[in-house]
Ligand binder design. Structure first.
Ligand code: UD1
Ligand code: MG
Length: 468
């Protein structure tokens, strides 16, 4: 948008959170709270300038959001929201357009509402447009005070409000559109004689009224999208609202979600149609899930790519991995980072896989560990197979070529290669490469002692007779 600058306030510590972490870095459905207004600004509003006012834990915030389109401005001492905005004067003092002021602790705001706010501000040629809402319980918010003729006169903070003013349910959302020229003129006049001894940004409303500037009000379409997060309880409430928005989106896109309230889908996840999500699934980060998959119950998938028609069964955890179409994983499987399962591969119960490629149609169905391995196509990994990839100092690779049969309870001591089509007998400890199509047996030879049990029993009987 031309002639638009966005200021996002994020310098406060957020004392009411009772945390060592600055409020705007608290995660909300997998991403720091501040990323919501910030992404919306950069992607949808595309202003001429995006300024974030930081103070507490400024370095951490700047590191988390390094982007050349963002300018960070420091507010050394947190003397109030008005003082925070005045820190942007060196950058916006000569700006001809309007400043849209957002708060880092109002993450549920939508692009639609902000675009509407900026458009109305312009068409009404206002000096100041206030985004307001009505709340059944207005506790904690600044109240909007209208004059006898219905005009807005001022905003009164909860702590400064009389008991009559506290009954007002129309509240300030903390989001405003202000002509930059008027904004800095007004801020120069804001004083800190109030209950909190702070320079309040909302005081510019009263100044605008006295100067007979045009003040416009825009009421947000829903009070939930403008809720401010000041406490852990509000954080949990906001996360619930956001999660429900994301679930509604995917259900509208053709995803079945059984027991939606128990399923969490982070906003960066994508899901193909006719996929079914069973209860208690958590889909995180840059995860994409194909069409016609069945996920869950009780599954956590992070930063992974899942093809079409994949089944991820009960109690499975998958991280930073790729699973091609038709594969089946679980129940009770763990895919740690950098696994790649090719088409139709099967990983079954109590199988852990790490940094390994599992070829097309290969099966590891029970009780195994496969780490740092390259497993070819059509391989059968028997129950209890372990790749011994770590010698106490370094990790080593295991290569199992196509069509290999690995018998149960086998230890493959890496680095080692089992050649194409070879068979490894059950119970082997393989320390040397196995040539293609060979049989490798690595276990103590079985001995048979004839009539051993009869002899033992006779001996026992004799001993007990002597005892009597
Ligand atoms: C503010 C408004 C209130 C409004 C409410 C909506 C003021 C005085 N009050 O109250 O009218 O109803 O938001 O949620 O503005 N910040 C700074 N520097 C500071 C102080 C705050 O950057 O010196 C930042 C905070 O990090 C936060 C935002 O400004 O992101 C709002 O501050 P907060 O203390 O949460 O204000 P509220 O009490 O919620
Ligand atoms: Mg707040």
């Amino acid at each position: 948008m031309d002639n638009l600058a966005v200021i996002i306030l994020a310098a406060g510590m957020g004392k009411r959170m009772r945390s060592d972490l600055v409020k705007v870095l608290h995660p909300l459905l997998g991403k720091p709270m501040l990323s919501y207004p910030l992404e919306l600004t950069l992607e949808h509003l595309q202003p001429e300038k995006t300024i974030v006012v930081v103070g507490h834990q400024a370095e951490q915030i700047q590191d988390a959001f390094s982007d050349p389109r963002i300018t960070f401005v420091r507010q050394k001492d947190q003397l109030g929201t008005g003082h925070a905005v005045s820190m942007t004067e060196p950058l916006l003092g000569n700006f001809k357009g309007c400043a849209l002021i957002l708060c880092g602790d109002i993450p549920l705001i939508t692009a639609h509402t902000l675009t509407e706010l900026a458009t109305r501000h312009r068409t009404k040629k206002a000096s100041l447009t206030l985004l307001t809402t009505h709340r059944e319980d207005p506790t904690g918010y600044g109240r909007i005070i209208h004059g006898a003729l219905g005009k807005v006169h001022k905003v009164v903070e909860e702590k400064d409000a009389s008991s009559k003013e506290r009954e007002i349910k129309e509240v300030n959302t903390g989001i405003y559109c202000v002509q930059a020229r008027f904004l800095f003129q007004a801020l120069a006049k804001v004083r800190s004689q109030n209950a909190q001894g702070e320079y309040y940004l909302p005081d510019i409303v009263e100044l605008a009224h006295h100067k007979k500037k045009r003040i416009n009000i825009f009421s947000a379409p829903s009070p939930t999208e403008v809720m401010g997060i000041n406490t852990r309880a509000e954080l949990a409430q906001a996360e619930g609202i956001l999660a429900e928005r994301v679930r509604q989106h995917w259900m509208a896109e053709g995803i079945t979600i059984q027991d939606p309230g128990s399923v969490f889908i982070e906003p960066s996840v994508s899901i193909g149609k006719d996929t079914v999500l069973y209860p208690n699934c958590y889909l995180r980060g840059e995860t994409s899930i194909g069409e016609g998959c069945r996920i869950g119950p009780q599954v956590e998938i992070s930063d992974s790519q899942i093809g079409n028609g994949v089944q991820i069964r009960f109690c499975t955890v998958i991280t930073e991995s790729t699973i091609e179409g038709g594969a089946i994983v679980g129940p009770f499987s763990h895919l740690r980072p950098h696994c790649h399962l090719e088409q139709g591969a099967k990983i079954g119960n109590f199988v852990e896989v790490k940094k390994s490629r599992i070829g097309q149609g290969t099966k590891a169905n029970h009780l195994s560990y496969i780490g740092d391995s390259e497993v070819g196509k059509g391989v059968n990994i028997g129950a209890g197979t372990i790749t011994c990839n770590y010698d106490g100092f370094h990790k080593h690779r295991t290569v199992i070529e196509d069509e290999v049969f690995v018998g149960s309870n086998t230890a493959l001591v890496a680095p080692v290669t089992v050649g194409r089509g070879a068979v490894v007998g059950a119970g082997a400890t393989i320390t040397k490469d196995v040539p293609p199509y060979a049989l490798a047996v690595g276990r103590a030879k079985q001995k048979g002692i004839k009539r051993w049990v009869t002899k033992r029993d006779r001996k026992r009987q004799k001993e007990s007779d002597e005892d009597v």
